[in-house]
Design a protein around this ligand. Sequence first.
Ligand code: ZN
Length: 297
Amino acid sequence: MICCPLCKSKASRRFPLPHTAVWKCVNRTCGLQFADQQPDEKQLGQAYRQLYYPASESEQGATFENTPPEVLRTFFAYTSRTIGRLVGLRMLDYGCGIGQMAPIALRYGLRVTGIETDASARAQAKRAGYAAVFENIGELQERGATEQEFDLVILWDVIEHLREPWRDLEKLRTFVSPAGRLVVATMNTDSLRARLFRSGWVNFHNPTHLFYFTRRSLRKLLEETQYTHVEEWKVFTSYSHHSRIRGSLQRALLALGLHGELIFSARRLKRPRLKKHGASNLTEKGLDREVAESQGE
Ligand SMILES: [Zn+2]
């Protein structure tokens, strides 16, 4: 039997893909969708080189790397309206890739540090303007980063690639400052496109995607990994090349929750609960009570 790796409930198979199958947790408060089995390291390495980090320009690739700059500009404008002035704040870009976010973050006066496991992407990111780019959280710690060091910890289109995202989120939690935020952006598996294309949706066919989140399962993951004040940021991006009709359609999709990209913000739980496990221990009631208490802090 395949179980949900987050809440341990039974999972049912949605459909097969050429490289794996998509499973969905039957627990209605969770509903996490995930790839089982996950591709092995060799397959993943190949897929990353092909899709994200081609070694040379003659190789086809980098199909998925670029978030349009308008999206990132709109995101930082939204962040600044929501949490106030960003000048001087310390940001950690977890899974920074080739460093697309750096130029825009620097314009807002943020001090940016990156983490990226891919060596060639890391080398490019270093040139993009980060104060430092580390290979992983361990190296960040070895180089003297302290707990609660960052005001903004961002995972932009990263969480769906992680083998055990709850582990990363738990480790990252200690680096979020008391007033700081974790921000997670990922493709929306409840989006209109995902619903229309079902098993043909491009994000299912990307073999580097191991999880497919909806607003419910993303919230569940953040709460289970001891974050609080979990809220969705509905960020509308207007593209200069889009017609007014297309703009209106985008707004409608956002209002209905059928838009392409989920963005969630959360804070660290000040008094973390004791953990026993991989991911989930608390009953729903217990979890709700804990979260309610911490929000009342
Ligand atoms: Zn589940």
